[in-house]
Ligand binder design. Structure first.
Ligand code: ASP
Length: 404
């Protein structure tokens, strides 16, 4: 049986078993089953730093020269920012029609929940430059790691010749070993996914989700609209793939993102899917996808749009057009600084709310259902990276053909 079907079956099973077992079974589930999910997550996390570092350096050195690197880099970042801004607008549109939160009373106790303050834009910029690459790797800080890998790649390109050749081979072999290990870990995915989802379903059950169902619905529908409109168009018009080919090629990675809520964690699988199922070249995928897993968060941006409107509704505030524009701008920038780990988007939502003066207390409401929202947004986040990767791959092929 195909791996993504196995993963899907384990996802459905975990929902059924979780609903039947419910809260009384939680101690047993947390003791015996949840650790299996933690092992799976740890195995994936184990590969994040090596795969990002090796594959980014390989990606850059295989670009051949720094001009090519600049060309792909600028186009990729622009495309990422555009799709992210569109995602927030779609979030606004869906929430504008559904009006989530209208009529919902803010419970007195949620206002006390504390939220960590979000970093400012300049802090995000400063944080991108690593003072100590070893420290950055030890802490798995992806953005500064990418910057370091960029420097290593550019350094190797600039050295050139025989000495550079040795390093290129070393990084290439290292990346190959990473992909092999990831393949081995993926065989464990159906068990890991079941163990990860079961405690969430058993703990929350349907009752917690009901009052906030409209927010979940808006984020889910918004994600589907964005994927079908924006990614299908990118895939068909610029990427040379039918939407069906694109989404079925991405199914494994999408399911892993949905269950792990981590773009960074899904990166290895996303790379595998893009290269093996969508035919994206190693050089483009090794550069575009790690960058996307870190700076491209369409789902997170869409969620910020929906949640901002939801919180405004709950507190009876009318957002002006200027405030909405501000949310699009800060949301797009905030998504760059959002780490590809579970729950990171909630912290960035604080930054967005702050920028337009919406009450921070609203965050507590969203926090209750954040895990469910995270599933949808992470799934969209990684699909967006792949959509841009296939476009960039086609662009490079066209460029190479024209140059030949
Ligand atoms: N969990 C998301 C991701 O990894 C980030 C977020 O929380 O929005 O892509």
């Amino acid at each position: 049986m195909n791996l993504s079907i196995k993963i899907f079956i384990s996802l459905v099973l975990s929902v059924i078993v979780g609903l039947i077992a419910g809260e009384p079974a939680l101690p047993f589930i947390n003791w015996w089953i949840a650790p299996i999910g933690t092992i799976f997550i740890n195995l994936i996390k184990m590969m994040i730093v090596p795969v990002v570092f090796f594959s980014l350096v390989v990606g850059m050195t295989s670009l051949g020269d720094t001009r090519k690197l600049g060309r792909i880099g600028v186009k990729t970042v622009l495309l990422y920012l555009c799709t992210t801004a569109i995602a927030i607008v779609i979030g606004f549109a869906v929430a504008g029609i559904v009006h989530p939160g209208v009529g919902l009373q803010m419970p007195a106790d949620v206002v006390t929940k504390e939220v960590k303050p979000a970093p400012g834009i300049m802090q995000v910029l400063v944080g991108m430059v690593p003072a100590n690459p070893v420290d950055v790797m030890a802490k798995a800080q992806i953005l500064p790691l990418i910057v370091f890998a960029l420097f290593v790649g550019v350094g190797i390109l600039k050295v050139g010749g025989e000495r550079a050749e040795i390093l290129v081979k070393f990084f290439d072999a290292g990346a190959e070993v990473c992909y092999k290990i990831i393949g081995m870990i993926m065989n464990f995915a159906p068990y890991g996914v079941f163990a990860l989802l079961l405690p969430v379903v058993a703990k929350n059950g349907p009752s917690v989700l009901l009052p906030l169902l409209s927010v979940i619905g808006c984020v889910a529908v918004g994600c589907v609209i964005h994927a079908l409109c924006v990614y299908s168009t990118l895939a068909r018009v610029w990427g040379g793939h039918s939407p069906k080919q694109f989404f079925s090629g991405m199914s494994e990675a999408m399911l892993i993102a949905f269950t792990t809520c981590s773009s960074a964690g899904t990166l290895p699988v996303n790379m595998k899917n893009c290269q093996e199922k969508l035919g994206v070249s190693r050089e483009v995928s090794s550069f575009v996808l790690p960058l996307g897993a870190t700076i491209n968060m369409d789902g997170t941006a869409l969620y910020q749009g929906v949640c901002a409107l939801f919180i405004a509704n709950v507190f009876g505030i009318d957002l002006t057009a200027g405030q909405m524009a501000m949310i699009v701008l800060t949301g797009t920038l905030a998504s760059i600084g959002t780490a590809g780990v579970p729950g990171a988007g909630l912290i960035m939502l604080a930054l967005v709310l702050q920028s337009v003066g919406l009450p921070m207390e609203g965050l507590a409401l969203v926090a209750g259902i954040d895990r469910v929202l995270d599933m949808f947004r992470t799934c969209l986040n990684i699909t967006g990276d792949a959509a841009v990767a296939i476009v960039m791959d086609q662009e490079e092929k066209k460029h190479d053909a024209a140059a030949a």
